[in-house]
Design a protein around this ligand. Sequence first.
Ligand SMILES: *[C@@H]1O[C@H](CO)[C@@H](O)[C@H](O)[C@H]1NC(C)=O
Ligand SMILES: *[C@@H]1O[C@H](CO)[C@@H](O)[C@H](O)[C@H]1NC(C)=O
Length: 331
Amino acid sequence: MPLYGVNSTGSRAAAVLSSLALLCFCFAFSCCPSGATAMPPGSRSAVVTVDQSGKGDHTRIQDAIDAAPANDSAGRTVIRIKPGVYRRKIVVDKPYITLTGTSADSTVITWNESWVAVDSPTVSVLASDFVAKRLTFQNTFGDAAAAVAVRVAGDRAAFYGCRFVSFQDTLLDETGRHYYRGCYVQGATDFVFGNGRALFDKCHLHSTSPVGAGGAFTAQQRSSESEDTGYSFVGCKLTGLGAATSILGRPWGPYSRVVFALTYMSSTVRHPGWDDWGDPAKQRTAFYGQYQCYGAGSKTDGRVAWSHDLTQVEAAPFITKAWVDGQQWLR
Ligand SMILES: *[C@@H]1O[C@H](CO)[C@@H](O)[C@H](O)[C@H]1NC(C)=O
Ligand SMILES: *[C@@H]1O[C@H](CO)[C@@H](O)[C@H](O)[C@H]1NC(C)=O
């Protein structure tokens, strides 16, 4: 059966990989290696507002980020964003930035650009200790190519009540430890992807893949056994446009690791659950599992033989905030 976008996605993956490799190289010499950022004094935070009507401290979100102190010890900068549609790309290149909206429906950051360069995503989080609340991040490019809404490449990032909307490659959870709670992610192909270590807590993933097009919820990229990355979905909800539209994931990296626990799966999840992306060797190295999921798409008897129906003991490491060392940095 032709898998949607195997060829184009494969070459896209190679292109992304090579540009990301370059970028990671640069980053190694500039900022934020994981865990190296000093915690600021907890009590100090500055609050600024962004309001397109001119009544706040800034009219553009980027201006508020640019004006924030680069020095970690200055504390956190909370940027309150008034409702509106903000049509600009955003780069978060300083640690301890919080972006908050009033509601995700009313506060939208949007852009229209396919993946042509590392700065193509609508929002790029490059620094550590980022927090976002009640915002919609959108890339309106559509179904013709990969188009990232948010790229998360900083350590210790947390998203609460946010919406991520695109079609192919919506959320690039690329590197670092990340926590998503009560978020909504929409896409069709590989729409949560990258080599991050992430916990999705009570999130809703909605596939817009057409029936027969071979949609995939995830494409996690873990590349070796020594990497501690992987995606864990706990208490989440998976829906789609019809029956049997999408698989749970496919291995962008050979050691791809994804677990769904205590999650509702509608009939949109195809019975095999996972595939090896045309490389049977990855069946031996990828780690895909589910634990106590429910709904018509959750049945494990039709799953590929190399995926796991996890026991409580096997699922335990994945299903608490400890998966992302949250006890150290999540409030
Ligand atoms: C950062 O802030 C601390 C405390 O306010 C100060 O001692 C230090 O010199 C600052 N560093 C830079 C690079 O400005
Ligand atoms: C996005 O941009 C493309 C051209 O790059 C254009 O064809 C398309 O209509 C745009 N979509 C939206 C929703 O603006």
